[in-house]
Write a protein that binds this ligand. Structure first.
Ligand SMILES: CC(C)(COP(=O)(O)OP(=O)(O)OC[C@H]1O[C@@H](n2cnc3c(N)ncnc32)[C@H](O)[C@@H]1OP(=O)(O)O)[C@@H](O)C(=O)NCCC(=O)NCCS
Length: 167
Protein backbone atom coordinates (compact mmCIF):
# COMPACT_ATOMS: atom_id res chain seq x y z
CA UNK A 1 0.00 0.00 0.00
CA UNK A 2 1.57 3.28 -1.06
CA UNK A 3 1.82 5.66 1.86
CA UNK A 4 3.20 8.71 0.11
CA UNK A 5 0.04 10.74 0.87
CA UNK A 6 -0.95 10.12 4.50
CA UNK A 7 -4.18 12.12 4.18
CA UNK A 8 -5.72 9.43 1.97
CA UNK A 9 -5.81 7.14 5.02
CA UNK A 10 -7.90 9.58 7.04
CA UNK A 11 -5.52 9.79 10.02
CA UNK A 12 -7.07 10.90 13.30
CA UNK A 13 -5.98 10.98 16.92
CA UNK A 14 -8.06 8.96 19.34
CA UNK A 15 -7.97 7.61 22.85
CA UNK A 16 -7.68 3.84 22.36
CA UNK A 17 -10.63 3.08 24.59
CA UNK A 18 -12.33 0.07 23.00
CA UNK A 19 -10.97 -3.39 23.76
CA UNK A 20 -10.02 -4.01 20.13
CA UNK A 21 -8.18 -0.71 19.70
CA UNK A 22 -6.50 -0.96 23.07
CA UNK A 23 -5.09 -4.39 22.21
CA UNK A 24 -3.93 -3.16 18.79
CA UNK A 25 -2.29 -0.13 20.46
CA UNK A 26 -0.45 -2.30 23.01
CA UNK A 27 0.68 -4.77 20.35
CA UNK A 28 1.99 -1.96 18.13
CA UNK A 29 3.70 -0.29 21.11
CA UNK A 30 5.49 -3.52 21.94
CA UNK A 31 6.38 -4.25 18.32
CA UNK A 32 7.86 -0.82 17.65
CA UNK A 33 9.60 -0.15 20.97
CA UNK A 34 10.71 -3.53 22.36
CA UNK A 35 10.43 -6.39 19.87
CA UNK A 36 12.91 -4.51 17.67
CA UNK A 37 15.44 -5.10 20.47
CA UNK A 38 14.27 -8.69 21.07
CA UNK A 39 12.99 -7.64 24.48
CA UNK A 40 10.07 -9.50 26.09
CA UNK A 41 6.49 -8.15 26.29
CA UNK A 42 6.94 -7.54 30.03
CA UNK A 43 9.05 -4.47 29.09
CA UNK A 44 5.93 -2.62 27.97
CA UNK A 45 3.97 -3.34 31.13
CA UNK A 46 3.07 -0.25 33.15
CA UNK A 47 0.78 0.07 36.13
CA UNK A 48 -0.41 3.44 34.80
CA UNK A 49 -2.01 1.57 31.88
CA UNK A 50 -4.60 0.15 34.27
CA UNK A 51 -7.29 1.25 34.09
CA UNK A 52 -6.62 2.37 30.54
CA UNK A 53 -8.54 5.62 31.11
CA UNK A 54 -7.37 7.36 34.27
CA UNK A 55 -6.94 10.96 35.43
CA UNK A 56 -3.57 12.51 34.62
CA UNK A 57 -2.59 9.88 32.04
CA UNK A 58 -3.37 10.57 28.39
CA UNK A 59 -3.12 7.61 26.04
CA UNK A 60 -3.32 8.59 22.38
CA UNK A 61 -3.15 6.71 19.11
CA UNK A 62 -3.09 7.81 15.50
CA UNK A 63 -5.43 5.52 13.62
CA UNK A 64 -5.90 5.18 9.89
CA UNK A 65 -8.47 3.28 7.85
CA UNK A 66 -7.45 -0.30 7.15
CA UNK A 67 -8.35 -2.23 3.96
CA UNK A 68 -11.90 -2.89 5.18
CA UNK A 69 -12.32 0.50 6.83
CA UNK A 70 -11.35 -0.78 10.27
CA UNK A 71 -9.14 1.51 12.39
CA UNK A 72 -5.47 0.53 12.57
CA UNK A 73 -3.02 2.10 15.05
CA UNK A 74 0.00 3.58 13.27
CA UNK A 75 1.39 5.74 16.07
CA UNK A 76 0.95 6.26 19.76
CA UNK A 77 2.15 7.97 22.87
CA UNK A 78 1.35 8.50 26.51
CA UNK A 79 1.55 11.73 28.46
CA UNK A 80 1.79 11.44 32.24
CA UNK A 81 0.92 14.68 34.02
CA UNK A 82 3.29 15.35 36.92
CA UNK A 83 2.08 18.61 38.51
CA UNK A 84 3.79 17.79 41.83
CA UNK A 85 7.23 16.78 40.56
CA UNK A 86 9.90 18.21 42.93
CA UNK A 87 11.74 19.86 40.00
CA UNK A 88 8.55 21.72 39.07
CA UNK A 89 5.20 21.04 37.41
CA UNK A 90 5.68 19.05 34.23
CA UNK A 91 4.43 16.19 32.08
CA UNK A 92 6.42 13.16 30.95
CA UNK A 93 6.16 11.78 27.42
CA UNK A 94 6.33 7.99 27.42
CA UNK A 95 5.88 5.05 25.04
CA UNK A 96 6.12 7.20 21.93
CA UNK A 97 6.32 5.41 18.60
CA UNK A 98 5.33 5.41 14.93
CA UNK A 99 4.85 2.19 12.96
CA UNK A 100 8.06 1.44 11.07
CA UNK A 101 6.51 1.65 7.57
CA UNK A 102 4.74 4.93 8.42
CA UNK A 103 7.71 6.99 9.60
CA UNK A 104 8.81 10.35 8.15
CA UNK A 105 5.22 11.10 7.11
CA UNK A 106 4.45 13.53 9.89
CA UNK A 107 2.57 11.17 12.23
CA UNK A 108 5.12 11.59 15.01
CA UNK A 109 4.86 15.38 14.96
CA UNK A 110 1.05 15.12 14.70
CA UNK A 111 0.63 13.12 17.88
CA UNK A 112 3.36 15.03 19.74
CA UNK A 113 1.68 18.39 18.97
CA UNK A 114 -1.63 16.92 20.12
CA UNK A 115 -0.06 15.85 23.43
CA UNK A 116 1.54 19.29 23.82
CA UNK A 117 -1.93 20.84 23.40
CA UNK A 118 -3.22 18.40 25.99
CA UNK A 119 -0.45 19.54 28.32
CA UNK A 120 -1.44 23.20 27.88
CA UNK A 121 -5.10 22.36 28.51
CA UNK A 122 -3.95 20.80 31.78
CA UNK A 123 -2.27 24.10 32.73
CA UNK A 124 1.22 22.64 32.38
CA UNK A 125 3.88 24.29 30.22
CA UNK A 126 6.77 21.84 30.43
CA UNK A 127 7.34 18.39 28.94
CA UNK A 128 10.28 16.08 29.50
CA UNK A 129 11.19 12.60 28.41
CA UNK A 130 13.85 9.93 28.42
CA UNK A 131 14.50 9.95 24.68
CA UNK A 132 16.00 7.02 22.86
CA UNK A 133 19.22 8.19 21.21
CA UNK A 134 17.78 7.22 17.80
CA UNK A 135 14.88 9.65 18.35
CA UNK A 136 16.90 12.66 19.57
CA UNK A 137 17.01 14.37 16.16
CA UNK A 138 13.24 13.99 15.76
CA UNK A 139 12.63 15.63 19.14
CA UNK A 140 15.08 18.42 18.31
CA UNK A 141 13.10 19.05 15.10
CA UNK A 142 10.05 19.40 17.33
CA UNK A 143 11.70 22.00 19.57
CA UNK A 144 13.06 19.83 22.40
CA UNK A 145 16.47 20.37 24.01
CA UNK A 146 18.93 17.65 24.95
CA UNK A 147 19.82 18.35 28.60
CA UNK A 148 22.05 15.38 29.35
CA UNK A 149 22.48 11.64 29.59
CA UNK A 150 19.65 9.37 30.66
CA UNK A 151 19.54 5.70 31.60
CA UNK A 152 20.48 2.77 29.41
CA UNK A 153 17.41 0.60 29.70
CA UNK A 154 17.57 -3.21 29.75
CA UNK A 155 21.32 -2.77 29.04
CA UNK A 156 20.64 -2.10 25.35
CA UNK A 157 18.74 1.17 24.81
CA UNK A 158 20.66 4.36 25.67
CA UNK A 159 18.58 7.44 26.41
CA UNK A 160 19.05 11.20 26.66
CA UNK A 161 16.98 13.49 28.86
CA UNK A 162 15.13 16.03 26.72
CA UNK A 163 12.72 18.80 27.59
CA UNK A 164 10.69 21.67 26.18
CA UNK A 165 9.00 24.66 27.70
CA UNK A 166 5.83 25.10 25.70
CA UNK A 167 5.21 28.50 24.10
C1 LIG B 1 11.12 8.94 16.42
C2 LIG B 1 9.78 8.69 15.69
C3 LIG B 1 8.64 8.69 16.69
C4 LIG B 1 9.57 9.84 14.67
O1 LIG B 1 8.29 9.71 14.06
P1 LIG B 1 8.00 10.17 12.55
O2 LIG B 1 6.55 10.03 12.29
O3 LIG B 1 8.92 9.45 11.64
O4 LIG B 1 8.42 11.71 12.58
P2 LIG B 1 7.84 12.89 11.64
O5 LIG B 1 7.59 12.34 10.28
O6 LIG B 1 6.69 13.55 12.32
O7 LIG B 1 9.09 13.86 11.59
C5 LIG B 1 9.11 15.21 12.10
C6 LIG B 1 10.46 15.82 11.72
O8 LIG B 1 11.52 15.06 12.33
C7 LIG B 1 12.37 14.55 11.33
N1 LIG B 1 12.79 13.20 11.74
C8 LIG B 1 11.99 12.16 12.04
N2 LIG B 1 12.75 11.08 12.38
C9 LIG B 1 14.03 11.49 12.27
C10 LIG B 1 15.27 10.83 12.49
N3 LIG B 1 15.33 9.55 12.87
N4 LIG B 1 16.42 11.54 12.29
C11 LIG B 1 16.36 12.84 11.90
N5 LIG B 1 15.20 13.53 11.69
C12 LIG B 1 14.06 12.83 11.87
C13 LIG B 1 11.56 14.51 10.06
O9 LIG B 1 12.37 14.53 8.91
C14 LIG B 1 10.73 15.77 10.22
O10 LIG B 1 11.53 16.89 9.89
P3 LIG B 1 10.95 18.30 9.37
O11 LIG B 1 10.98 19.19 10.56
O12 LIG B 1 11.87 18.71 8.30
O13 LIG B 1 9.55 18.05 8.86
C15 LIG B 1 9.84 7.34 14.89
O14 LIG B 1 10.97 7.34 14.06
C16 LIG B 1 9.88 6.10 15.77
O15 LIG B 1 8.84 5.60 16.19
N6 LIG B 1 11.09 5.57 16.04
C17 LIG B 1 11.24 4.31 16.77
C18 LIG B 1 10.70 4.34 18.19
C19 LIG B 1 11.32 5.47 19.00
O16 LIG B 1 12.52 5.71 19.00
N7 LIG B 1 10.45 6.19 19.71
C20 LIG B 1 10.85 7.27 20.58
C21 LIG B 1 11.09 6.72 21.94
S1 LIG B 1 11.75 7.98 23.03
Amino acid sequence: MARSDPSQFNPRIVTPASNALWQDYLRARYRNLYLVYNLPPTCTASELDHPRIRPGVHQRAVVIDGPDGEPICVAGGRLDLQPDRPEGPTAQLRYFWVEANCRKLGYGRLVLQHLEDQCRRSALRHIWMEARVEAVEFYKRCGYTDVGPGPTKWDVIPHRIMEKTLP
